[in-house]
Design a protein around this ligand. Structure first.
Ligand SMILES: [Zn+2]
Length: 332
């Protein structure tokens, strides 16, 4: 898969680690809950077929039939991870007590199932209500803790627009490739498809990314940063990325592409979450990271694509994690 592969799992796992190592979130979790989040992050898209839930349901795939059309992929990821972890050679949970195992599994099931983008707005509303309720967020209450863990994994899953421009742009292109491939399949099979998922050029992709950031990313991360103020810097990355996508989209001449969004509904955009695809990987962008700068067109090269390993980003994040740990001391 261009996007939903092991590298995406590692990227989400690393951001999850960052969120609990460098913010107050980590102080609310015990060791099992923190470990459960890391395992869930790595496994949250395991054995992903490169299609959305809608494709699985509309094509009446075996998975859709098995899970009765309900959060098909998320159920599959969670079940596959659980079966793998049961294998003797993979069982990293073998040292846990029964109670610890039960707690880990509870976190894993609820957090992975909450990555279903059709739950995005419900999850966000619950989080807002918990944080702003009279008693405030209660770290001792198990439902609030599960909610926090679900939000952390969901935010990590949707963290690509919060990376520096160069990396964010590449992940966006990989999502587009996967989306476009799905639309091609849907057309070939005469299945319904979402026009916004088809981005025939970079300008269309830029419009889709701009809308995705405005309707999904900015509102969600605003709430997360409000709760975890140590993440304030993320707003700058999101803002720079949005400006850069807007600059690319402005280069386009008006075309009759209802698909290339700004017009797509927030709910349609929610469906893209981490599932998508497109055009020839031709893109434009600055090599100057998050500071934005002059835009120029160029082809993605192998170095760019190898980035998807997350190595460059991981390096940057590790440095920041290290500095954070040094400045704030041990949080757990
Ligand atoms: Zn994902």
């Amino acid at each position: 898969m261009p996007f939903h592969n092991f590298k995406h799992g590692v990227g989400v796992m690393h951001v999850s680690f960052y969120l609990i190592a460098c913010t107050d979130a980590g102080m609310c979790l015990n060791a099992i809950q923190a470990f459960a989040l890391i395992v869930s992050a790595l496994c949250h898209d395991i054995d992903h077929p490169g299609h959305t839930n809608a494709f699985e349901v509309n094509s009446m795939s075996d998975l859709a039939l098995f899970y009765n059309d309900n959060a098909v992929l998320e159920n599959h990821h969670c079940a596959t991870a659980s079966i793998l972890l049961k294998r003797q050679e993979c069982n990293i949970l073998v040292g846990l007590t029964k109670e610890e195992f039960k707690e880990l599994r509870s976190v894993m099931c609820s957090a992975i199932l909450a990555t279903d983008m059709s739950s995005h707005f419900t999850l966000l509303t619950k989080f807002r209500e918990a944080v702003h309720s009279n008693g405030g967020w209660n770290p001792e209450q198990s439902s609030d803790k599960l909610l926090l863990l679900s939000i952390l994994l969901h935010a990590a899953d949707l963290s690509n627009p919060t990376r520096n421009w160069e990396h964010s742009r590449i992940w966006a292109s990989l999502v587009s490739q996967e989306f476009n491939a799905q639309v091609r399949n849907e057309k070939a099979l005469e299945l319904p498809f979402l026009p916004f998922m088809e981005t025939l050029d970079e300008e269309a992709q830029a419009k889709q990314e701009t809308s995705f950031i405005e309707f999904i990313i900015e509102p969600m991360w605003k709430d997360v940063v409000e709760f975890l103020p140590q993440l304030q810097f993320i707003h700058d990355y999101i803002s720079t990325n949005k400006s850069n996508w807007k600059a690319i989209s402005r280069r386009s001449t008006p075309r009759d592409s209802a698909q290339s969004t700004p017009h797509a509904s927030a709910k349609s955009l929610a469906l893209r979450s981490t599932r998508g695809s497109t055009s020839p990987i031709s893109t434009s962008g600055s090599k100057q990271g998050s500071s934005g700068g002059e835009m120029r067109s160029r082809e993605l090269d192998d170095d760019d694509l190898s980035f998807a390993s997350g190595e460059q980003d991981l390096a940057g994040m590790c440095v920041r994690s290290h500095l954070c740990a040094r400045s704030s001391g041990s949080q757990r």
